[in-house]
Design a protein around this ligand. Structure first.
Ligand code: SF4
Length: 227
């Protein structure tokens, strides 16, 4: 099988050095290694992350207060009327499928895990609507295991840095996993997320804006960053 560029020994070494340097520079700037979603329990976090697909954390935070007031645990949500859930979560988009996913997830949590979050990443991935980003985020926040959380911001930054050769979150996760030590994974994910959200933004990365600067400018090839 043809190897990805970062798998060759020389390229992997460069990738490892680059990731280490990105972590060294960004972690002190963005030290808060926590989700921006509002939640009070691991159940709420899991549901909020499922709702965050294809939308912003801010949009999700606008609906979850009412959702969790009405359905505070897996048991209540498992028994919910889907039309009521759809009406509450309507603003986050894709509300038909997301309502089905969170109710079905709540049922699985009730039936298989006593209403709790599954103990392993693999079991979390079996839940409806749960992909690797969600599973890594919830596992790292709730079970304190290293999590590589590749969301849209992290993937964009890794593409522009040349760490990941294509828009493939799974590939990006595997490259980071292979080239950065596990104890740095969670902090790296959050600091790169904030960097992508506030500095290396989709439309106006700081390096292309008059009077703005980026702490990674001298080590970034700026792939796809338009001025
Ligand atoms: S130099 Fe530009 S493209 Fe590279 S990380 Fe910074 S803002 Fe993003």
């Amino acid at each position: 099988m043809k190897k990805e560029p970062s798998e060759t020994p020389g390229a992997a070494r460069i990738t490892a050095l680059l990731l280490e340097e990105v972590h060294r520079r960004l972690a002190p700037i963005w030290p808060d290694a926590h989700p921006l979603l509002h939640y009070h329990s691991c159940f709420e976090l899991l549901i909020a992350v499922i709702l965050s697909a294809q939308t912003t954390d801010e949009q999700v935070n606008m609906v979850t207060e009412e959702l969790f007031d009405r359905f505070p645990d897996a048991k209540k949500l498992a028994e919910a009327d889907i039309a009521e859930v759809e009406q509450i979560i309507h603003p986050v988009g894709f509300f038909h499928v997301k309502a089905r996913h969170i109710i079905d997830t709540a049922k699985v949590l009730e039936e298989r895990f006593g209403g709790n979050i599954p103990p392993t990443l693999e079991q979390m991935l079996e839940l409806p609507g749960v992909g690797r980003k969600t599973a890594n985020l919830v596992a790292s926040a709730c079970h304190e295991v290293p999590g590589i959380i590749v969301d849209t911001h992290v993937l964009r930054v890794l593409l522009r840095l040349g760490v990941c050769p294509k828009k493939d979150a799974g590939l990006a996760e595997s490259i980071v996993r292979a080239n950065l030590s596990p104890e740095k994974h969670t902090q790296f994910s959050y600091s790169v997320n904030r960097h992508g959200k506030f500095t290396c933004t989709a439309r106006k990365p700081a390096c292309t804006q008059e009077g703005m600067s980026c702490p990674l400018e001298d080590i970034c090839p700026k792939i796809g960053a338009k001025g």
